[in-house]
Design a protein around this ligand. Sequence first.
Ligand code: MSP
Length: 484
Amino acid sequence: MLKNIPNENSAQGGSTSGGKFYITTPIYYANAKPHIGHAYTTVACDVLARFHKLQGEEVFLLTGTDEHGLKIQKKAEEAGIEPQKFVDEIAVNFENIWKNLDVKYDKFIRTTDENHKKVVQKVLQTLFDKGAIYKGEYEGLYCVDCEQFKNENELVDGKCSDHNKVPEMTNEECYLLKMKDKQIELIEKIKNDEFKIAPERYKNEILSFLEGQDLKDISISRKNVKWGIELPFDKTHTTYVWVDAFMNYLTGVGWDGNEENIPEKWPADVHLIGKDILRVHATIWPIMLLQLGIKFPKLLFTHGHILSDGKKMSKTIGNVIKIEEMIEKFGVDGTRYLLLSAGTFGEDVDVTMERLTEKYNAYLANGIGNLVSRVIKLGSEVEYKMNSVSIIPDFAKLIYSIEMGRALEYIWDKIREDNKYIEDNKPWELAKNNHEKFEEVMKKLLGDLDLISKLIVPFMPETSEKIKKALETKEAEPLFQRIK
Ligand code: MSP
């Protein structure tokens, strides 16, 4: 349907037509149920995967859960159950919610999968044998909620700014991963886009961080965290969650840990992540790959956060918007639309249930819903051959650049124009007094509906099917009813 669209300026480097497309979500911590922040990333990945599949590419979408670490160990203890049982339940929650949101992933990886654990141990051994991991001591401030060490200068009033908590000072024997010896190489590869970070300002942010200081070697093991993967060369230690987690991007496509057997799907074409985990993805992960001699992922694309009523969602504030709540009120496609149209993808976006409801009524019930029902009703007598339109390069470019909000705006501009075109031309009057003009007006509108149904496929698959069916049968069931 869409071949050879020039996408040299897009976030996703090079031509992707006809090739393979391997995209990943972060693997989500199995410490609590999924919320709309997680859905934001996952639905965006699903849209990209569906779009690339429609272009004839061989697509693989990987998602999953990050199940080890202190945070989860503590949660399970609080709940009074074994950690494995605890994460089993949460993983099911994630799998179900993605199915409910019509996310078609190819594999759901769990870091407690036997194969994953085996490969992580193999990689740790390789890094140890190469001398990239060594025994030492680490003193640092650890934020359990981030599962990250923090620098003094990152703290606000001595607290982690993401979690508003004082991090714990830890000083323990541990194993460390060499970072500094790869720092210059990493900077070069980020600068020349061999490891592309987008949007641009996130690339600049990372470069100024990397150029501003010597990287400290990082602790990759903990002594008193039981719930983790044991280091093969020292069973009294378990590995740092992030080292375990990053490996999912390779074990998820079947890597066995042998350097000669890198899966064909690798390198990943896109790692899509939220800005909270940019730093670790742009330092620890690529340095692990450099130490192992494995190619970088092609693109690390970072999006902003969803805020609820101007604030980070939190149970204490009581502003958490649940995915189930959205699906119940707006339906699956309505939820997918409302999440991705919330604003510019790279920046933070703010939502409230009230504003989402207003938007649903304006853009879905009145916008697309009204257009479809009017055009199908008025055009029932007009001959129209389906599939006579193809996707527009300008729109495709927006998706190749991962501009989710702008891609949707592009479609809704068309919807708005068409609704206005109906008001201006009053086809119901033309039907009585100017049949030729009536046919012309309706053919344009039917053609536009045909196009709209194609443009929305990756975003709203079910709605797209309904519009296609309406065009074929000339009968329209209401797509989105007005709600309160
Ligand atoms: N387990 C790590 C990731 C390891 S990847 C190798 C982790 N998990 S998480 O459960 O905390 O998920 C973080 C990701 O969820 C973010 O990067 C983002 O993709 C998504 N979101 C979580 N909250 C969010 C918002 N409020 N808004 C948008 N997305 C956010 O970090």
